[in-house]
Write a protein that binds this ligand. Structure first.
Ligand code: SME
Length: 151
């Protein structure tokens, strides 16, 4: 499914006001994983209360041991402090990386802002090397903006 159509689908899920927010986030993860062939694992992490750590939220894909990630650790932890998108074409070239599966080749993490504050992120793992383009970044920024509206 093209990104333009996926944007519409994401908006529809966000507007399912009768469904709990976590269920809607999970549906978004499942949609992206199912429709974008190189999205192997899709999940949200959020700041864990007032602690300087991330906690795993809804996701689609294999369960991960990394349900808590301290700020600064791994790609996710670095985005929690940089407030910037982090595109990793080749995870084996990263020193500060937390491996979730030996099959993962690439990763993209895009921060999620609510009222200008970095409160979490969307994290995508790919088993395909170097698959992400600026189109993915713009799309995932859009997803996070929509999600922020219901948080
Ligand atoms: N690879 C991430 C950890 C989270 S898993 O990909 C689900 C990282 O380096 O922060």
């Amino acid at each position: 499914m093209p990104f333009s159509k996926l944007r519409t689908e994401v908006e529809k899920i966000v507007q399912e006001h009768e469904a709990p927010v976590d269920l809607r986030l999970k549906e978004i993860c499942e949609l992206l994983k199912a429709e974008i062939p190189y999205y192997t694992w899709v999940g949200f992490y959020f700041k864990n209360g007032d602690k300087n750590e991330l906690k795993l939220g809804p996701y689609a894909g294999e369960p991960t041991d990394h349900t808590i990630i301290p700020f600064g650790k791994g790609i996710c932890g670095q985005v929690a402090v940089s407030n910037k998108n982090f595109v990793v074409p080749d995870v084996s070239a990263q020193d500060n990386y937390i491996a979730c599966s030996i099959h993962v080749k690439a990763e993209i993490v895009v921060p999620l802002f609510k009222n200008g504050e970095n409160i979490g992120q969307i994290d995508i793992d790919s088993n395909v090397p170097d698959p992400f383009t600026e189109e993915d970044e713009r799309f995932l920024e859009f997803v996070n903006e929509k999600v922020a509206e219901i948080l």
